[in-house]
Write a protein that binds this ligand. Structure first.
Ligand SMILES: [Zn+2]
Length: 134
């Protein structure tokens, strides 16, 4: 058994401006970020596809006491992608002090930001970054 889309390839694509995921050939569901099996039906028969990056904020929180190595405040949100999966990332280009419940349901576009490695990780990582659609 082999990973069709490794986390490493997913990360490199994001940094290059491409949001990749997996589409199941058995049930049609999308799996993002990549996993070994389809999140809906556990099939391994999936193809790599480009994800639109469009979605809606379902919930969020404002981090005021960040983990070591991070600077707060910042907003972490869960977004339901148009393709179906829910993904977590930072809601950017928005003042965390002005974040209110009206954010829920807002349409966003997904980009990325590089997250500096800390003593708990093996180097720089990448996080999804959501911007509100105009
Ligand atoms: Zn499936």
């Amino acid at each position: 058994m082999e990973y069709k889309l490794t986390y490493e390839k997913y990360k490199e694509a994001l940094i290059g401006g491409k949001f990749l995921g997996l589409k199941c050939n058995k049930c049609g569901a999308y799996t993002v970020p990549p996993k070994k099996v389809c999140l809906e039906c556990t099939s391994e028969d999936m193809d790599i596809v480009e994800i639109s990056g469009k979605g809606e904020i379902r919930t969020f929180t404002v981090i005021r006491v960040p983990p070591e190595g991070f600077e707060g405040p910042y907003i972490v949100g869960m977004v339901e992608l148009d393709e179906g999966p829910w993904v977590m990332g930072n809601i950017v280009d928005l003042d965390p002090d002005k974040a209110g419940m009206d954010l829920i349901g807002k349409k966003v576009t997904t980009g990325h930001k590089v997250v500096k490695g800390d003593k708990f990780s093996a180097g720089d990582g990448v996080a999804l970054a959501f911007s509100l659609q105009d």
